[in-house]
Design a protein around this ligand. Structure first.
Ligand code: ATP
Ligand code: MG
Length: 366
């Protein structure tokens, strides 16, 4: 098929628990899908989390961050485990992940909640409601009440103890997440719902105003607004009404977890975290699953689908992304299931076998 058209470097961060197992599968799928599209990927594997604490004494070695920053995209497995439980913040595996996000400047978190036809019975909702759900939640990740100042503890005028936080957004922070949300909606079905609490919160009034402004640059995307309380309700009443949702840090934290439960299968859900420029970070939403680590039981599909997001949102390689997504659907159509998504009549397989089946399907995609 001639010489490769494009070259990219991808940093692999297997991490802890089932991380190395699912990353190994995703790496093979990613390189095959890319090469079939004439793309050459160069992988560099680095340590993070508990694995890095053991080897380097810190959860995010400087070298890991610098290699990640210089690459075109970062694929992460999972971080953490009982072994590294610690009260010292600097020695927590999870601190490595927070530092990695900060170091890469990723302020937009994209989490799809897709009910696949093959897994509709995993949904917590009735079949009629769940069937066909395909939502993307775009959550602002580095601002709002989780980071706003002033924050802290004190006393009120009555001398009573108080705790306080501040919901604050600058116009530029809203504009940049809005741009990512509109771009995302444009790659999907062209509808964006911005979720806020503009009837109560000043930060939400500004949010709504800036998002509405940015909309004028995207005439092909249809924008609507919804209050968070209504959105939380609509998400379980009639989730099919949503395409792309954009919202602030705290509302996005809650809505994205709510949306993921609609699908009912944690082992299937990918995520992307994007910045203005520089590499994006792609990872499954599940954790390190220490209870099944090292047993070849993990579902690798959340990481495989994260690799598809890496191609689409990280490298702009839509065809290779589609190849992976179609292969996952085909593998499920053939009846292959890991334990977490198994039902009677299906073929129970382990992590590696599931990977081999996906590879076969990637290869047979036209
Ligand atoms: P963390 O703090 O790292 O997020 P957690 O305990 O909150 O960990 P997970 O590690 O995601 O959450 O595990 C939750 C449950 O889901 C566990 O029983 C685990 O075995 C299961 N699980 C998570 N990911 C997978 C997967 N990819 N395949 C199969 N089962 C999984
Ligand atoms: Mg967790």
């Amino acid at each position: 098929a001639g010489p490769p058209k494009k070259r990219y470097s991808v940093t692999l961060l297997p991490g802890d628990g089932i991380g190395p197992e699912v990353i190994s599968v995703a790496k093979d799928v990613l390189s095959l899908a890319a090469s079939l599209e004439g793309i050459a990927l160069q992988f560099e594997e680095m340590r993070v989390g508990g694995a890095a604490i053991d080897a380097d004494g810190v959860p995010l070695p400087e070298e890991t961050l610098s290699v990640a920053r210089q690459s075109d995209a970062v694929l992460l497995g999972a971080i953490g485990g009982y072994k590294w439980d610690s009260n010292v913040r600097e020695l927590k595996p999870e601190t490595g992940l927070l530092k990695l996000r900060a170091g890469l400047g990723v302020f937009a978190n994209l989490r799809p909640a897709t009910v696949l036809p093959q897994l509709v019975d995993s949904s917590t909702l009735k079949r009629e409601v769940a069937e066909g759900v395909d939502i993307m939640v775009v959550r602002e990740l580095t601002g709002g009440i989780y980071f706003g100042n002033p924050r802290g503890f004190g006393k009120n005028d009555n001398g009573e103890d108080i705790g306080f936080n501040t919901e604050v957004y600058a116009a530029s922070e809203i504009d940049r997440i809005a741009h990512i949300a509109f771009e995302t909606a444009r790659k999907r079905r062209g509808r964006l719902c911005s979720v806020d609490k503009a009837n109560v919160l000043e930060a939400s009034v500004l949010w709504r105003k800036r998002v509405t402004n940015v909309a004028s640059e995207y005439p092909d995307v249809q924008l609507s607004h919804m209050y968070i309380d209504n959105a939380a309700m609509q998400l379980v009443r009639d989730p099919k009404q949503f395409d792309t949702i954009v919202t602030n840090n705290i509302f996005g934290d809650i809505l994205s977890d709510e949306a993921s439960m609609i699908t009912g299968s944690i082992g299937m859900l990918p995520s992307a975290s994007l910045g203005e420029s520089g590499p994006g970070l792609f990872e499954p939403i599940h954790g390190s699953a220490p209870d099944i680590a090292g047993q070849d039981k993990a579902n690798p599909l959340a990481t495989v689908l994260s690799a598809a997001m890496l191609l689409r949102y990280g490298l702009g390689e839509e065809n290779a992304a589609k190849r992976i997504e179609n292969a996952v659907l085909e593998t499920l159509d053939k009846g292959f299931r890991t334990g977490d998504i198994f039902s009677t009549g299906k073929v129970l397989v382990g992590c590696r076998r599931m990977g081999e089946e996906v590879l076969k399907s990637v290869d047979s995609q036209i």
